[in-house]
Write a protein that binds this ligand. Structure first.
Ligand code: ATP
Ligand code: MG
Length: 565
């Protein structure tokens, strides 16, 4: 079964309407889209939106989606990123089949097309420096000025461009520019740079090239080579579209793709700039690109987010034409929704407090039947050992409870989930006055967690048999940034990092069934949240990441909003 069929059908949006109209009018045959990452970092949740859109449209319209690496800037690109990007797209549940492409595969063709533009008088080699080009470019209110090299003959430009290719000039000495209009109100049309000199080894073409096409020159032409019908990108490229079209019109390209723009994803408490994400990694603010606090696909995966939850989120947010900021709680809601249905429930105690059941026989072990997932009867149940000495959560006991605290306290009875009712009889303290142990009794008539007389304790606690408990490290995660709009003050973005985004607990205790949980699997620790076994785990030192707590703040806000209207 295609796992993607389990997600709800995508909502219609303006891009899907355009595609549907093109198909209906017979303007295109097969729908062909592409996802075009630059391999200069890891993919993040914003890219996931683009991936779900491009691959989603291809699937819905019976077309195909290419994975194309936009590898035109060797100074910043690495094989590690190329590999990670493919793994992440696959993990998200998408498949490009045989349609894996690299802009670098087209370098020779692009170079020929650059020669074509020079020969037809539409491009020239410019000797201005990058700074000078910027000065000549003008501003939004002032037209630019022509470069003194703009009227160079085609012959001269051809000769220089060939020498650029053959490595005769250092970085930045010359560029190839389109000859369009230095007075255009659209700055992108003021003789944009098409090629620059970069002496750097490329992850795929090695040292074969030292001139590299710009994004603008590579992108549309790559689309045309691959027969892309709908080239979907984010809004910041809207002003580039006239250049995209100009190049397609002025080159003998094999097809005429069109570019469409949608609003990029922004999320509260989150930064989605690859430049910033790279700094977080290189400056050691996080454990790496896949740190569970990172908004990268690999970070979300390590955190325990299922791919289905990310796809559902992409469907929920839809595709719009104007920028907005989405509540990160909405992503968390989509993930909780999937995990609530699918994650097995387990017992784990994060901050343990010892309980001794005085009237329970020493050495006795009972296997209690505990349901694996109340949301999914097919998940069955498991046996959890119950003994005289147990661990409970320290938070679940108060010596002097306030009025609203219903959990364990001296003289009070609570239910131990799927086991027995127990009553706290006595409290043992250490020399410092800290409670170190509770002496309790149990009611043998309540086995399984129900009393024959129908009495119902107000609280149900999870527990672990002391003799069977497995120690573990648990990492509690919160948002990486401490404010919804990091860096909004215009100040240092890194000053907005949340100092409490990770709390590491040692000596947590797990029920035996968690011993052989594979790395990357997410379970619900009952009453505590969702937790995923981390790749740092070793056989005798399991490590778990808190994926999410159980509290769904976003759903609560939605409910309040509905009440208000
Ligand atoms: P940069 O170009 O600055 O390196 P980028 O985030 O645009 O960063 P690309 O690798 O060029 O990275 O992005 C690949 C595709 O993903 C592009 O089509 C881009 O428009 C899209 N994309 C990037 N960020 C987002 C986002 N936040 N929301 C939706 N789509 C995005
Ligand atoms: Mg980009």
């Amino acid at each position: 079964m295609d796992p993607l069929q389990t997600t709800p059908p995508e909502r219609g949006d303006f891009i899907r309407e355009i595609v549907a109209a093109d198909v209906q009018a017979g303007r295109i045959g097969t729908v062909v889209t592409r996802f075009p990452p630059e391999p200069n970092g890891y993919l993040h949740i914003g890219h996931a939106k683009s991936i779900c859109l491009n691959f989603g449209i291809a699937r819905e319209f019976g077309g195909r989606c290419h994975l194309r690496f936009d590898d035109t800037n060797p100074a910043k690109e690495e094989q590690e990123y190329i590999d990670a990007i493919q793994a992440d797209v696959r993990w998200l549940g998408f498949d490009w089949g045989e349609h894996l492409y690299f802009a670098s595969d087209y370098f020779e063709q692009l170079y020929d097309w650059a020669l074509h533009l020079i020969r037809t008088g539409r491009a020239y080699v410019d000797d201005l420096s990058a700074d000078e080009i910027r000065q000549y470019r003008g501003t939004l209110t002032e037209p630019g000025r022509n470069s003194p090299w703009r009227e160079r003959t085609a012959e001269e430009s051809l000769g220089l461009f060939e020498r650029m290719r053959h490595g005769e000039f250092p970085n930045g000495a010359r560029v190839l520019r389109a000859r369009i209009d230095m007075a255009s109100p659209n700055i992108n049309l003021r003789d944009p740079v098409l090629y620059r000199i970069v002496h750097a080894a490329h992850p795929r073409t090695g040292d074969s090239w030292c001139v590299y096409p710009t994004y603008d020159f590579a992108h549309g032409q790559s689309d045309a080579i691959e027969g892309i019908t709908h080239s979907i990108c984010t809004l910041e490229f809207e002003a580039h579209r006239p250049l995209y079209d100009w190049l397609i019109q002025n080159l003998p390209v094999p097809s005429r793709p069109h570019q469409y723009e949608f609003a990029r994803l922004n999320l509260t408490y989150t930064v989605l700039s690859k430049r910033v994400l790279l700094r977080l990694v290189t400056e050691g603010h996080v454990r790496g690109w896949d740190d569970p606090r990172m908004p990268t696909i690999s970070g979300l995966r390590r955190r325990g987010y299922p791919a289905e939850g990310i796809r559902d989120f992409a469907t929920m947010i839809g595709v719009a034409k104007s920028d907005s900021v989405v509540e990160v709680g909405m992503l968390e809601h989509a993930v909780r929704d999937v995990l609530n249905r699918t994650a097995p429930r387990r017992f784990a105690v994060l901050r343990p407090l010892k309980v001794v059941i005085e009237n329970y026989a020493e050495g006795q072990v009972e296997q209690m039947e505990v349901v694996n997932n109340p949301e999914d009867p097919s998940a069955g149940s498991r046996a959890v050992p119950f003994t005289r000495e147990l661990w409970i959560e320290r938070d679940d006991f108060m010596e002097d409870p306030p009025a609203k605290f219903f959990r364990l306290a001296p003289g009070r009875e609570v239910r131990l989930r799927s086991a027995y009712f127990v009553t706290c009889r006595d409290v043992v303290k250490d020399a410092a006055g800290q409670v170190v142990e509770l002496r309790c009794t149990y009611d043998p008539a309540t086995r399984g967690g129900d009393a024959p007389d129908g009495r119902r304790p107000k609280a149900t606690l999870h527990w672990i048999s002391a003799g069977h408990a497995m120690p573990a490290e648990v990492r509690l995660y919160d948002h990486l940034f401490g404010r919804p709009d990091p860096g909004a003050d215009g100040g240092d973005l890194f000053a907005d990092l949340n100092p409490d985004s990770e709390e590491v607990l040692q000596g947590c205790l797990l029920e035996p069934a968690l011993g052989d949980l594979p790395v990357g699997e997410t379970v619900q620790f009952e009453r505590l949240g969702y937790f995923c076994r981390d790749s740092d785990s070793t056989a005798d030192h399991p490590v778990f990441n808190r994926t999410l707590t159980l509290k769904d703040t976003w759903a609560k806000l939605q409910a309040q909003g509905r009440q208000g209207t």
